[in-house]
Design a protein around this ligand. Structure first.
Ligand code: HEM
Length: 97
């Protein structure tokens, strides 16, 4: 489980690095003038981060011994993986200067 947390933290540091080097938030907030694909990419990325938070919250409960929430954790885990993969794929098409 430490590895899962490490992967999440690593991934969030990556986003931070992109923000600092390329001003991603300022670019992303120009919703009306951005291309559709960039807006789709940004939406997927935001949902991935929200899901990361849910993964940590449900994961901590499983660690505390709540096995009832494991089913939810597992389903959210698959959704998280899907959203993060789609974020990665769309990143190639979303480049804005
Ligand atoms: C994106 C992040 C994560 C994904 C995709 C993920 C995915 C999963 C999946 C699919 C399982 C079920 C494995 C099985 O069927 O046996 C699982 C189990 C579990 N996860 Fe996560 N997880 C993530 C993050 C976390 C975090 C951050 C924590 C802790 C804070 C955590 C704690 C656990 C625990 C305790 C189990 C149960 C292991 C057992 O069967 O004893 N997970 N996770």
């Amino acid at each position: 489980m430490k590895t899962m947390l490490l992967a999440i933290v690593w991934d969030i540091i990556l986003v931070l690095q992109i923000e600092l080097s390329r001003g991603a938030i300022e670019k992303a907030s120009k919703v009306t003038s951005n291309t559709n694909i960039l807006n789709i990419h940004v939406s997927l990325a935001v949902s991935a981060v929200v899901l990361y938070v849910l993964m940590i919250l449900t994961g901590k409960k499983v660690l505390k011994g709540n096995r009832d929430i494991l089913g939810l954790h597992k389903k959210l885990g698959l959704l998280t993986l899907l959203m993060r993969t789609l974020t990665f794929i769309t990143s190639f098409f979303a480049v804005a200067d």
